[in-house]
Ligand binder design. Structure first.
Ligand code: NAD
Ligand code: 3PG
Length: 575
């Protein structure tokens, strides 16, 4: 019998069974918890990795990298030069100026294990190709946020007051006070599209300038926006009511050319547009048309579809457009921060640690990670063992994994364990290298179907911990002997005591004299013992004594039992 209560320990997941279903048979393996080390990323260890830095990186980051590996700083490489170098490198660090496409991963012939993007946007890295090649991609998402937001504000102010145009005119000898009358920011509506890290920092600053700030972001939390004093509104409302629009979303298939002829047509005439996100979110030819027609009064752009843009770009040369050459992240402070952030992420990944900034692998919180760590090696080893039990060498096509845990099934992140199971299933029978990055992809590609079942187990804190099983349940067993109910097991201890009157359970060190010591305490206080049984784990180790008593012992009697030196825990139970 297994008894459970609703009390639960949150951090005690258990993985009691893994079942491998093969075409003709079922193999079961019991899982046990081990103290195995965390081999989550399973990135192959090399003595001193080579790290290729393809774009300029801050000195502090380079120092960190040099402490760990051989650092090759090769800036301004052609695509061909990059492809020629990657087979010799374990990690590659880039900014936005290097295209890390499928050819790069293919050229690396499996050597490249980490791509570090020293910045936020990863639109220059082919994530699918990285994943297929088992290459982790990490970025540095936080260190340049403030720099980008400050640049956005600088562009809003410079555009509104014609700073760049007036500067150029004056340097050309033209004093044009009438031509460069600007517009004020105070009281104007600023619509922020993309209310993430940069967008929300721009919002804070714009509010300080007296602007009315609204935002559109399908994934942002309204509570977070309200905390900054910003209303989240629809895209249509944002673009049709704004005096200024500032773009802060990533470039993805769904944001590609988000601002186009159709959307410009819906804007308030004379709107001003700022883009420090990615050039591709604007249809640049449509923007030129909107500028020419006067729908858009001015634009300030830090980013372009093609960087650098063509020297004769109509957009760049437009008199109502202010441009900077992708300088949003380019402050001394941001570049030092980004360099350190990416160096730490790349070094961590090369060491085989899970990165908090992984872009194409599960990001798992430190809490969940430490909870799962003991099961990681277990999962891989069991899968390795199980796959080798399959006759015929064809591997498995279908695997069912059952996770029994005190965590709610919705709150059980199984990605790391699943990846290790896939690794254990596939690596022994193939030359494929499987890690956390490519596990799901590899399983799918090889036709291995993983189904997962999550079972919620309630766990209890027992008054008598020896009654608990490894999985946190209270376990007792009994039988009927000569018509009388008997207790035959407490936890993992075998006992045999009739269930009459009341029972005292004691756990003690197995040593001579214990039955006499407890019996004398009871006898001296006139408590009649009707049955006594001892079960032990091994001679002279631990034992559980079950004592049936006719009378209820006083508190003082129980205290005396507890004071016997070898007694480790005890409990009195009324039946
Ligand atoms: N110019 C620069 O030097 C510079 C510097 C830093 C960041 N950036 C760019 O700025 C952008 C934002 O960076 P971040 O750090 O704030 O990223 P972030 O991930 O914190 O924020 C992006 C936000 O865009 C939102 N979003 C996604 N799709 C959207 C859509 N269709 N409409 C509206 N919102 C949408 C997301 O929900 C998210 O909240 C990125 O494109 C990044 O590459 C540029
Ligand atoms: O996405 C980013 O982090 C910015 O666009 C900065 O890019 P950069 O590193 O090329 O300056």
């Amino acid at each position: 019998m297994a008894a459970t209560t609703s009390q639960s320990h949150l951090l005690r997941p258990t993985l009691p069974s893994l079942r491998l279903r093969c075409p003709s048979s079922i193999h079961s393996v019991s899982l046990r918890r081990t103290n195995g080390t965390d081999r989550i990323s399973s990135l192959r260890a090399v003595s001193k990795p080579t790290i290729l830095v393809a774009e300029k990186l801050g000195a502090a980051g380079l120092e960190l990298l040099k402490e760990f590996g051989n650092v090759d700083c090769s800036y301004n490489m052609s695509p061909e030069e990059l492809c020629a170098k990657v087979p010799l490198c374990d990690a590659l660090i880039v900014r936005s100026g290097t295209k890390v496409n499928r050819t790069v991963f293919e050229s690396s012939a499996g050597r490249l294990r980490v791509v570090g993007r020293a910045g936020v946007g990863i639109d220059n890295v082919d994530l699918l190709a990285a994943t297929e090649h088992g290459c982790l991609v990490v970025n540095a998402p936080t260190a340049n946020t403030v720099a980008a937001a400050e640049h956005g504000i600088a562009l809003i102010a410079a555009m509104a007051r014609n700073v760049a145009q007036a500067d150029a005119a004056l340097k050309a000898g033209k004093w044009m006070r009438n031509k460069y009358v600007g517009v004020s920011l105070v009281g104007k509506t600023l619509a922020i599209l993309g209310f993430g890290k940069v967008g929300s920092e721009v919002a804070r600053r714009a509010k300080g300038l007296g602007m009315h700030v609204v935002a559109h972001d399908p994934y942002a939390s309204a509570a977070r926006a309200h905390a900054i004093g910003v209303d989240l509104i629809s895209f249509e409302e944002a673009i049709s009511t704004a005096d200024f629009i500032s773009l802060h979303m990533p470039l993805t298939p769904s944001t590609d050319k988000m601002l186009n002829d159709e959307t410009f047509a819906k804007m308030k005439k004379g709107v001003r547009i700022v883009n420090v996100a990615r050039g591709g979110v604007i249809d640049e030819e449509a923007l030129v048309r909107a500028l020419d027609s006067g729908i858009v009064a001015q634009a300030a752009l830090d980013v372009f579809t093609k960087e650098p843009p063509a020297a004769d770009s109509k957009l760049v040369l437009h008199e109502n457009v202010t441009v900077t050459p992708h300088l949003g992240a380019s402050t001394v402070e941001a570049q030092e921060g980004v360099a350190i952030e990416i160096a730490e992420a790349v070094v961590g990944a090369l060491k085989g640690e899970l990165s908090a900034t992984a872009v194409n692998a599960p990001m798992v919180s430190a809490e969940v990670l430490s909870e799962l760590a003991p099961y990681v090696e277990l999962a891989e080893k069991l899968a390795r063992l199980a796959v080798q039990l399959v006759a015929g060498g064809g591997g498995v096509k279908s695997v069912k994994v059952t996770y029994a845990s005190a965590r709610s099934p919705d709150d059980l992140d199984t990605r790391v364990i699943r990846a290790m199971i896939i690794k254990g299933l596939i690596e022994p029978i193939s030359s494929v290298f499987v890690n956390l990055v490519n596990a799901d992809f590899t399983a799918k590609q090889r036709g291995v179907r993983i189904t997962e079942e999550r079972v919620l187990i309630a766990q209890v804190n027992s008054k008598f911990p020896s009654a608990e099983t490894e999985t946190g349940e209270i376990s007792v067993a009994g039988r009927v002997k000569d018509g009388i109910p008997h207790l035959t097991q407490v936890g993992s201890f075998q006992v045999d005591v009739s269930l009459e009157g009341s029972i005292i359970l004691c756990r003690q060190v197995d040593q001579p004299g214990m039955i006499g010591a407890v019996g004398s305490v009871l006898g001296e206080r006139n408590v009649n013992v009707n049955f006594m049984s001892v079960g032990r784990s091994a001679p002279r180790k631990h034992a559980v004594m079950a004592i049936g008593v006719d009378e209820e012992p006083s508190k003082e009697t129980l205290t005396k039992i507890g004071e016997i030196p070898a007694i480790e825990e005890f409990v009195f139970l009324k039946l």
